[in-house]
Design a protein around this ligand. Structure first.
Ligand SMILES: Cc1cc2nc3c(=O)[nH]c(=O)nc-3n(C[C@H](O)[C@H](O)[C@H](O)COP(=O)(O)OP(=O)(O)OC[C@H]3O[C@@H](n4cnc5c(N)ncnc54)[C@H](O)[C@@H]3O)c2cc1C
Length: 445
């Protein structure tokens, strides 16, 4: 059986993995959850812990962590959507601050969960640097910081070039945003720890169980190759795959972001770079670069351009041009790593609504809920979204279900080929904006 170890460094490094059996025969449950990434598993944990005895089944088409949750950079961070300035421009001041507070809570939620349940996921809490690599990005990050500070956010501060290079020695760093609230984890390990916790809490997890059809009646009937699931309520935790489901078709599209991992850095390379505190780092591009050290001192870098797919195509993981860009960018940032070898290259889909911000809500009626659209910032958020989805399923009105992106109206993506044209136009705009900042100019002010 293909356990998809080739889908990321994390999945390969996990070693042998025995998936749970696929569904054989029919099953009756209270809640069926489609998708076993952070969102689906966190929802299952919250439902089972809130209401012991509730029958909850998680149905995963491939293996736990097959989607973005097993392939990401592992940054558990507060960034929401693309960046604060974009959120403010589209959704306004109040919603930007609410979103930031939700994300702060999400990072703390992950931190508490991992510690409370002793989850073995190579987790540490080193903080986050958002590093400016051109004078234009200095202005952009300072502008974002000003927005958050004007909203009363504390705990993020500006560091000038000297301070940031004392932490991580890249000649390209001209300053940056320092935020202690950020954890780093191993995504594959975290997913499988979430599965363990979901099962210990009473949920049933079925892998290699794709839901091919959903029929609505008095109860939902979910059709899988090995049997049917009858459920009172359902959760779509399908993220960037959601356009493949008729009810969610126009809410989001997938964009594929790519990552590479180097061989382990040797002692000399580590000494030259510093990075003793092992922070997570992003630059300030729209098509962002994100980079970190792994537990065994490899440099993992992701981002640069994204790949866009057409229609139902989900096979855009590998993009040689982007891998070459990332290899070149590593040396541009850290010239002393010249000659270092890449050992792994992969990609995965992030979920993109037209307005580049997440959405949670009911679909059809209040018996079905969905969550999608975390763009590239969903590690912490998807965990907390599981709590929010559980509140919706349990019909609880909480401060989480009151947040503005729960049951918000989403602008629909048009059908193909217009979808492709619009997604290229949005990516083109983001690229042009990046090019302007890279020339040292700024269009924020
Ligand atoms: C390369 C990469 C790097 C990233 N880096 C970061 C980062 O460092 N920090 C950050 O905050 N975010 C990052 N992200 C985004 C983050 O990983 C996602 O937002 C998050 O993992 C989404 O979790 P999820 O559970 O909602 O979705 P997913 O993990 O995508 O899970 C959806 C699951 O649904 C299953 N599924 C779909 N359809 C069906 C069906 N019909 N039947 C059954 N199962 C189905 C899929 O197989 C999949 O396993 C990154 C994403 C990628 C791709």
């Amino acid at each position: 059986m293909n356990n998809h170890r080739d889908k990321s460094y994390w999945l390969e490094n996990y070693g042998p993995y025995t998936p749970s059996p696929s569904l054989e025969g029919d099953l009756v449950v209270d809640v069926a959850i489609i998708g076993a990434g952070y969102t689906g598993l966190s929802t299952a944990i919250n439902l089972c812990q809130d209401q012991p005895g509730l029958e909850v089944a998680v149905l995963e088409a491939e293996v736990v962590g097959f989607g973005a949750s097993g392939r990401n950079g592992g940054f558990s961070m507060t960034l929401f959507g693309l960046e604060p300035a974009v959120t403010k421009a589209i959704f306004g001041h109040q919603r930007t601050i609410e979103a930031h507070r939700y994300m702060e809570r999400a990072v703390d939620y992950v931190d508490d969960l991992i510690k409370e349940h002793n989850m073995q996921c190579d987790y540490w809490f080193p903080g986050f640097l958002r590093a400016a690599t051109t004078p234009g990005y200095v202005k952009r990050i300072q502008h974002d910081l000003d927005i958050l500070i004007s909203m009363g956010v504390t705990g993020i501060e500006w560091q000038d070039a000297q301070d940031i290079r004392a932490e991580v020695n890249s000649p390209r760093f001209l300053g940056g945003w320092w935020e202690p609230r950020c954890g780093l984890l191993d995504p594959a390990k975290q997913n499988r720890e979430l599965k363990r916790l979901a099962q210990e809490s009473g949920a049933r997890v079925y892998e290699f169980t794709p839901v091919a059809e959903i029929q609505r009646g008095e109860r939902f009937t979910l059709v899988t190759p090995g049997g049917k699931v009858l459920a009172e309520k359902i959760v779509f935790a399908t993220n960037a795959y959601s356009h493949l489901i008729p009810e969610l078709r126009s809410k989001q599209i997938p964009a594929f972001t790519h990552m590479v991992v180097t061989e382990p850095l040797n002692a000399e390379q580590l000494t030259e770079i510093g990075w003793i505190n092992r922070q997570g780092i992003e630059d300030a591009r729209n098509l962002v670069h994100y980079f970190r050290l792994t537990i065994d001192n490899r440099l993992a870098m992701g981002g640069s351009d994204v790949s866009i797919s057409y229609g139902q195509d989900m096979e855009r993981d590998l993009n040689e041009r982007i891998f070459q860009d990332l290899e070149r960018d590593i040396i541009w940032l850290f010239p002393n790593l010249k000659g270092i070898r890449l050992t792994h290259r992969w990609g995965g889909p992030v979920s993109v609504p037209v307005d580049l911000a997440p959405a949670i809500g009911y679909i059809g009626d209040q018996r079905a809920v969905y969550s999608l659209g975390c763009v590239g910032h969903g590690v912490s958020m998807a965990h907390l979204n599981g709590r929010t989805l559980a509140d919706l399923i349990l019909e609880l009105n909480t401060d989480l279900t009151d947040v503005w992106f729960v049951n918000r109206r989403l602008i629909p993506w048009p059908p193909e080929p217009l979808r492709l044209l619009l997604s290229h136009a949005i990516r083109g705009y983001l690229r042009i904006e990046d090019a302007i900042y890279e020339r040292g100019l700024s269009i924020d002010q």
